[in-house]
Design a protein around this ligand. Structure first.
Ligand SMILES: CC(C)(COP(=O)(O)OP(=O)(O)OC[C@H]1O[C@@H](n2cnc3c(N)ncnc32)[C@H](O)[C@@H]1OP(=O)(O)O)[C@@H](O)C(=O)NCCC(=O)NCCS
Length: 189
């Protein structure tokens, strides 16, 4: 199955990871090695066994099956602060945790960074959750644990920082994207 991404630039396509994919990503900074290792060692196993689903950016003519970027998704939850809970849903205030999908991994090969592929991958996640999950299963948010270097990338795309003091001081910050609010904005336009 080839999945459609809303605004992927250039000519790469996005599809589920497959057995013979060439999963050697180049990410530069050694702090990103876990992202490379996950793709090489665990992504296919997790995908096949329904732990976390991985979608890869690949050239349209699959001669080399070279992966240029990927995103991995799994089910999750979020513990929001009172003032960040959904205002229009008074009943939800009773719950400490609310349902979410997590962007567990996201990376674009350094040769293709800053060309819109990362944004395309996030838009794919939003579209998947909004169109395939929320009509059938309660899921209000997309969440991500982001390194400080990528926090601005996510806030630029509409994610909000969870406002606890700890969260802002940690090396990894939790951000969330409110699918319901995004849908309301789309409906109003
Ligand atoms: C973070 C990453 C996925 C972004 O992918 P990308 O393809 O380079 O980003 P895009 O080109 O789609 O950028 C989309 C927008 O975000 C902006 N942006 C990209 N990276 C950014 C950053 N680190 N900080 C602030 N803004 C950023 C771009 O300027 C662009 O803005 P525009 O739409 O106004 O032009 C990529 O840089 C990467 O793989 N980094 C290494 C691994 C990593 O950090 N993964 C995230 C772990 S949580």
């Amino acid at each position: 199955m080839v999945l459609n991404v809303i605004t992927l630039p250039l000519t790469l396509k996005l599809r589920a990871i497959q057995e013979n994919d060439n999963v050697k990503l180049s990410l530069g900074n050694p702090s990103y090695t876990p992202l490379k290792t996950f793709l090489k060692k665990d992504a296919l196993d997790f995908h096949t066994n329904d732990i976390a689903k991985t979608y890869v950016l690949i050239e349209p003519v699959e001669v080399s099956q070279k992966v240029w970027g990927y995103v991995t998704l799994m089910s999750s939850e979020i513990h929001l602060n009172g003032h960040q809970k959904p205002e229009e849903s008074p009943s939800s205030v009773k719950y400490d945790v609310l349902p979410a999908v997590k962007i567990a991994r996201l990376a674009v090969d350094q040769k293709l960074q800053r060309k819109g592929y990362g944004k395309g991958l996030v838009e794919f996640c939003v579209s998947l959750v909004m169109n395939k999950i929320t009509p059938h299963i309660g899921c209000r948010y997309i969440v991500v644990d982001a390194k400080q270097e990528s926090v601005n990338f996510y806030t630029h795309l509409g994610f909000e920082l969870l406002t606890t003091q700890n969260n802002q001081e940690e090396a990894i910050s939790l951000l969330f994207f409110d699918i319901h609010r995004y849908k309301a904005v789309l409906d109003a336009t």
